[in-house]
Design a protein around this ligand. Structure first.
Ligand SMILES: Cc1cc2nc3c(=O)[nH]c(=O)nc-3n(C[C@H](O)[C@H](O)[C@H](O)COP(=O)(O)OP(=O)(O)OC[C@H]3O[C@@H](n4cnc5c(N)ncnc54)[C@H](O)[C@@H]3O)c2cc1C
Length: 322
C-alpha cells in the first residue's frame, strides 16, 4: 500500500507511517483504530501531548504528503480549492487568497507566529474543530473533500462540524480524512466585465461588506476568546439584503448563526434592529466558558463585534461612503 514504518527511536515514540494516498491513510486508521491519529504539521498535537491533554498514540499517520497536487491552492470554474496539507504560511502569502478570500487571509494572519505557521496546515486547523480559520470558512460556505468508508465525498463544513461534534459526544470520533477545502466563489468576486450593463447600477447601489475578528491574547498561545466572521450586503436605503454570521473561539466549535441570518434579511438596519440582533446573538450563541473568559463575556463580545460591523457598514451604505 505504499507505506513505510520507521523504527521507534525511544520506547515512547510512536511509529510514523507515511501513506502516499488518502485511501492508504484511511486504511491505516481503520487498522489501528484509537491507537493511531492523523498528523499534518503536528503543531496542535504536540501541544496536546506536552500539556497532557492527549496521550501520544502508538501510531502517527503522516498526512502531509498525500494528494500532492502541483498547485495546492487553485482556482477553477466553481471556486477555489486548497489542499488540506497546505501550510498556513503558504495561505498567508498567497495572492489569490488575499484577493478572493480576504477573510480567510485575515484569519490565517492572526493564527500563531510565523514559525508555527510554516508547519501548521489549514487541514489541521479545520480538523481541530476549533481552529481560528473556521468562522471565515463558514461564511464562505466552504465544502470539505473527505475520504471515508464510502470513498471520496463532499460535505458542507457546517454540516461536518455538527456531525463530528455529535460523534465526539457519543465517544465515536470520526476517522474520515480531510483531503481539501473548496470555497465556492463568493458573490462580488466576479471580474467586472462579467457584470451585465443592466446590473451595474444595482451593484453600485449595494454595499457588500465582510470582516473577520479575533479577540484573544497575542502575547502567548492562549485560545482565542471570540472569533467572528460577517459578510453581507446593504442597500443605499439601509436595508440589509442578506448576511452570513459565524462565531467561535476558545473550545467552542464555531457555527453559523443561520436563525439570525434568516430573521433579519430584508430588515432596515436602524438602532432598534441592531439591538434585536445583539439580543439575538446572546440568545442563540452558546459558547463554552473556561479559565480565560466566561460564557457570558464571550457572548457579549461576539454580539458587540457583529453589531459594530453591521452599524459601520450600514452607515457607509446610506452615506455612499464606499
Ligand atoms: C504556539 C502555538 C500557537 C498557536 N496559535 C493558534 C492560533 O492562534 N489559532 C489557532 O487556530 N490555532 C493555533 N495553534 C494550534 C495549531 O497550530 C493550528 O490549529 C494548526 O493549524 C494545526 O495544524 P497542524 O497541521 O499542525 O495540525 P496537527 O497538529 O497535525 O493536527 C491537528 C488535528 O487535526 C487532525 N488532522 C490533521 N490533518 C488532518 C486531515 N488531513 N484529516 C483529518 N484529520 C486531520 C489531527 O489528527 C489532529 O487531531 C497554535 C499552536 C501553537 C503551538
Amino acid at each position: 500500500m505504499g507505506t513505510n514504518a520507521h523504527e521507534q527511536e525511544t520506547i515512547q515514540s510512536p511509529l510514523v507511517w507515511h501513506p502516499q494516498s488518502a485511501a492508504d491513510a484511511w486504511q491505516l486508521k481503520q487498522n489501528f483504530g484509537a491507537d493511531a491519529v492523523y498528523a499534518a504539521g503536528g503543531t496542535l498535537l504536540r501541544t496536546q501531548w506536552e500539556s497532557g491533554l492527549a496521550k501520544m498514540p502508538a501510531h502517527l499517520i503522516d498526512v502531509s504528503r498525500i494528494n500532492g497536487q502541483e498547485e495546492p491552492i487553485r482556482e477553477h470554474e466553481s471556486g477555489m480549492t486548497i489542499d488540506a496539507a497546505t501550510s498556513l504560511a503558504a495561505c498567508r502569502s498567497d495572492a489569490l487568497i488575499a484577493r478572493k478570500l480576504p477573510l480567510l487571509a485575515e484569519a490565517v494572519k492572526q493564527i500563531a507566529a510565523p514559525s508555527v505557521r510554516q508547519l501548521a496546515t489549514l487541514g489541521g486547523n479545520v480538523s481541530s474543530l476549533v481552529g481560528d480559520s473556521l468562522p471565515a470558512m463558514l461564511v464562505y460556505d466552504a465544502q470539505l473533500h473527505l475520504f471515508g468508508g464510502a470513498g471520496e465525498h463532499w460535505e458542507e463544513l457546517s454540516d461536518w462540524l455538527a456531525i463530528t461534534e455529535q460523534a465526539l459526544l457519543s465517544s465515536q470520533p470520526a476517522s474520515r480524512l480531510l483531503i481539501g477545502i473548496t470555497i465556492p466563489m463568493p458573490e462580488g468576486t466576479a471580474d467586472s466585465h462579467t457584470v451585465a450593463p443592466a446590473q451595474e447600477e444595482l451593484v453600485s447601489k449595494t454595499k457588500r461588506f465582510g470582516a473577520y475578528y479575533k479577540v484573544g491574547r497575542r502575547e502567548a498561545f492562549t485560545p482565542s476568546v471570540v472569533t467572528a466572521a460577517v459578510v453581507g450586503s446593504i442597500n443605499s436605503s439601509g436595508v440589509l439584503e442578506h448576511m452570513k454570521l459565524a462565531v467561535g473561539g476558545g473550545q467552542t466549535i464555531p457555527r453559523r448563526l443561520k436563525e439570525l441570518e434568516a430573521a433579519f434579511a430584508g430588515s432596515e438596519l436602524h438602532a432598534a434592529t441592531l439591538q434585536r440582533i445583539y439580543d439575538g446573538v446572546l440568545d442563540v450563541y452558546e459558547p463554552r466558558g473556561d479559565l480565560f473568559a466566561s460564557a457570558d463575556y464571550r457572548k457579549s463580545t461576539a454580539a458587540n463585534l457583529i453589531v459594530t460591523e453591521l452599524w459601520k457598514s450600514a452607515a457607509e451604505a446610506v452615506t455612499g461612503g464606499w
